[in-house]
Write a protein that binds this ligand. Sequence first.
Ligand code: SAH
Length: 216
Amino acid sequence: MNEREFELKRNNLVRYLKESDVIKSLLIEKAFLKVKRELFMPSHLTEYAYSDNAFPIGFNQTISQPYTIAVMLELLDAGEGMKVLEVGSGSGYVCALLSEIVGPKGKVFGIELVKELFEQAKENLKLQGCRNAELFLGDGTKGLSERMPFDRILLSAAAGDVPEALVEQLSEGGKIVAPVGDHWSQQMQVIDKSKGKIRKIIPLPGYFVFVPLKKT
Ligand code: SAH
């Protein structure tokens, strides 16, 4: 498939996500139009880059489904100039989207437990031309204390509860979005910190299935 064919498919996927009322904000729409998901897919699956599904990226992990990512990004409500952490950066696709959303004045940090995925994601982000995203290898349940605090934190793996370290590393006025539940189904939880107070809500009725957040 050539660049032009990928672009057409990318535009169609974005149109579908808008018509489904999943993509609502212009910043998120622009990010999905800019980031080439084919660069983040395993090479034998690139033709499916714009099919709205999760796909295996090796090591029992997946690149998340665009629909689900759009839901999370809308809840996260990241804006230009913000400092954002993604825990479980996998292929790097969501980091690339976040990097477009926060723009050149913002910064995205991704943390990933699997070394091979971390290395691959670094390559993917380079190919995408992403300059304001930095990846770290390690256990994201501990957050990333050397770069805290974060305006936004996105957890891209399923947790029974959001790790306390992440809540601690959130800025005043900050927000966390995380799939919270058991192994087979999770709901999106939004945590915000305002005047030092932590509030946790489940804003949507829907359920999702993420790979589990591992503890080391
Ligand atoms: N946003 C990624 C999703 C990857 S799936 C994408 O679209 O490609 C979730 C990722 O979380 C997996 O790559 C898995 O290895 C990673 N992960 C699981 N537990 C982790 C932990 N404790 N710390 C960091 N990464 C973790």
